[in-house]
Design a protein around this ligand. Structure first.
Ligand code: 6R9
Length: 662
């Protein structure tokens, strides 16, 4: 065993990370017309928290101006824009109509079966006013919690904004979660109302949601008084008289007059549950003013949004934070036109996304690396059949994006299959449910982007990489990602559990927020995210990053996708086990496992060679696209796989087990 400190070892192993030297400066044209210029960094550095006060005043409409920018006296519980009052729904809707932008399209909706709806800002405002009246007539008032269990349909956005309008706190629960998971979240937040749908369409078939709500409420002892049901796929549903109401009856008959009143800047906006290291999910709490200011600022600047001309599409489900910040709130607060798509990327064919880009002339696309790698696996000919010329900015979120996927995204999507001389810039955005908004991301008109790196802190955000003692590491070294100053969109706590908030994020280092991610600074000081520190393996005293080995594997032409876990091992502490999906022709290669082991040995070093490489047909992923390494670890350690209720596709673990046997 080596004597070095673990962080030092991590740094050494990561020395080899992605020998990536490429860098792509913005084109002169893009830079000249960009929303964010170098000056925004300079201003943020000079102004401190007042930078955010200025953004909050210019991007939002306040019913009462705030009197205090930041109160950090009760750290780590922050208060931003104290004394101010504003209404999130008014900011997202009414004010655009009042300013004469009522006819601008807010949402283009495309259902999986191909049905479409268009909402202008005026129409969406009216729908939200009706929903707000309907919720109030069901007894929901300011401060009450509303559980939202809906597919990706406009009613999801309408519901969230109607809650915000009346000051009710929404708690969106992924449509992919089980009845039990829904009930736990309903109980934890003591929700009064559940908004759901009969179901939706996925992979060409109707799927059900309402039965899970019925099941979750079957056992007595809950706080729910009403269940509002959107009719989406027309499948038959069970009905509980006195509790269940059709959306079309309640909202359809409601008045379209509703005046938004200003709520305190720190009034709770939503709770969103996220899994922690222990079993019980954490209810991450966000409030109004700071959250809206930072989400709007980043949406405008990171994506270089031009609200009059852009068509923006974020492929995230509203069930996770990206769907909150960058579907429901920021795009509407900024007056953008956006696309919402209900279904899967391969229904009815694998070109569906690109067909939508062509049809709606999408100019800003925001998606996750796992989706990009899936499209890579299907082949470039598929997007090649569509005209992607409208795309001018590409975003990535959710996990580290490996350089191969980044380059593919750039040339195949961002350059319309290599036909554009100047490809669209890619912004890799690092942030978390807890941070509420982008924290590390290039500014596309300023930053020379590097494939695989999120690079620089957002203006006004203080990020660092520190060692075990909390000391800032020099360029070229790895360590733990921390946030050093409070930020406007930061979580205000864990619902009902202030001690857990402190213990989880604020106890590892003094006065710094511990993000739980490993990171490295390169020679230029740019930040590379290396995955969760809980995903860092220790093999014979050497720290190895799962991300690093996965990246080495997918850099081999035979590999479409890879997931790496550390399996407990008597001799070495942990052993590297890799699960790989092969590309077409490689499937017939009998020596592929040996080839890949040697490839990793060459890319990183012999210590990183996987002990086992298992070829599998699919990887287990959550609906937000994160690989569930915990389940793979169970397989790697020869156990029955644990709870897989949050998987997007429940059959994946079965497929893996079958491929193990064959
Ligand atoms: C927005 C979101 C947060 C965790 C985070 C990190 C990983 C997100 C990333 C990224 C590398 C990026 N993550 N974006 N890692 N590069 N651009 O995903 O929120 O679901 O709470 O996940 O996701 O590990 O800590 P959330």
């Amino acid at each position: 065993m080596s004597e070095q400190s673990p962080v030092k070892q991590q740094g050494d192993a990561l020395e080899n990370l992605l020998h990536e030297r490429r860098s792509f400066p913005p084109s002169a044209d893009f830079a000249a017309g960009a929303v964010a210029q170098q000056s925004v960094y300079d201003e943020a550095a000079a102004e401190g928290p007042e930078f955010w006060a200025r953004q909050a005043r210019s991007l939002l409409t306040w019913d009462e101006d705030f009197t205090e920018t930041l109160d950090w006296s009760d750290a780590p519980f922050a208060k931003w824009f104290g004394g101010g009052k504003l209404n999130a729904a008014y900011n997202a809707l009414d004010r655009h109509v009042e300013a004469g932008r009522g006819d601008r399209v807010a949402i283009y909706f495309e259902g999986e079966p191909g049905d479409t709806r268009t909402y202008t800002y005026a129409q969406l405002t009216e729908e939200v006013k009706k929903a707000a009246n309907a919720f109030e007539s069901l007894g929901v008032s300011k401060g009450d919690r509303v559980a939202v269990y809906l597919p990706m349909i406009p009613e999801a956005v309408i519901t969230m904004l109607a809650c915000a309008r009346i000051g009710a706190v929404h708690s969106v629960v992924f449509g992919g979660f089980s009845a039990d998971a829904l009930r736990n979240r309903i109980d934890d937040a003591e929700a009064k109302l559940v908004v759901t749908a009969d179901g939706s369409y996925r992979r060409g078939k109707p799927t059900a949601l309402k039965p899970a709500v019925d099941e979750s409420l079957a056992k007595e002892g809950h706080t729910v008084t009403s269940v509002l049901v959107v009719r989406r796929n027309g499948e038959p549903v069970e009905w509980t008289e006195g509790r269940d109401i059709w959306w079309e009856d309640a909202v359809g008959s409601a008045s379209a007059e509703h005046t938004a009143v200003g709520h305190d800047s720190e009034h709770p906006l939503f709770i969103l549950y996220t899994s922690g290291t222990t079993g019980k999910p954490k209810g991450i709490l966000h409030t109004t003013g700071g959250y809206l200011a930072q989400t709007a600022f980043t949406h405008l600047n990171t994506f270089d949004l031009k609200p009059e001309t852009d068509v923006y599409w974020c492929t995230a489900d509203i069930g996770w934070v990206t769907g909150h910040s960058y579907v429901t709130y920021a795009p509407l607060v900024n007056g953008a036109t956006q696309l919402i798509y209900e279904g899967t990327p391969d229904t009815p064919h694998q070109g569906r996304w690109w067909e939508l880009v062509e049809k709606y002339k999408v100019s800003i696309l925001y998606t996750a690396p796992t989706a990009i790698r899936t499209c890579m696996k299907w082949g470039r000919d598929i997007p090649g059949k569509f005209n992607l010329d409208s795309i001018r900015v590409l975003g990535s979120v959710g996990e580290p994006i490996n350089p191969e996927a980044w380059m593919w995204y750039r040339t195949v999507i961002g350059a319309n299959g290599n036909q554009k001389e100047i490809p669209a810039p890619i912004v890799d955005t690092w942030w978390q449910t807890e941070t509420g908004a982008h924290m590390i991301a290039p500014m596309p008109g300023v930053t020379a982007t590097k494939p695989g790196s999120a690079q620089v802190a957002v203006p006004g955000i203080s990020i660092d990489v520190v060692d075990e003692m909390g000391e800032s590491v020099p360029n070229g070294s790895g360590g733990f990602l921390v946030i050093k100053e409070p930020w406007p969109a930061m979580l205000r706590g864990i619902w009902g559990d202030p001690e857990r908030f402190k213990a989880t994020y604020w106890s590892r280092f003094d006065n710094m927020y511990f993000a739980g991610d490993g990171a490295k600074k390169d020679e230029d000081g740019d930040i590379w995210l290396l995955g969760r520190v809980d995903d860092v393996m220790n093999v014979s005293g050497h720290r190895l990053s799962t991300t690093e080995i996965e990246s080495a594997l997918v850099s081999h032409p035979s590999v479409a996708e890879a997931a790496v876990v550390g399996a407990a091992d008597e001799t070495t502490g942990e052993a590297v086990v890799a699960f790989v999906i092969l590309r077409g022709s490689a499937k017939d290669d009998d020596d592929i496992v040996a080839t890949l082991r040697n490839h990793v040995g060459r890319e990183i070093g012999p210590i990183a060679k996987p002990r086992h490489i298992l070829v599998v047909p699919e990887l287990p992923k959550t609906r937000s696209g994160k690989i569930m390494r915990r389940l793979l670890k169970d397989v790697a350690e020869g156990r029955e796989a644990g709870d897989s209720s949050t998987l997007a596709d429940n059959t994946v673990m079965q497929q893996i087990a079958e491929s193990m046997r064959s």
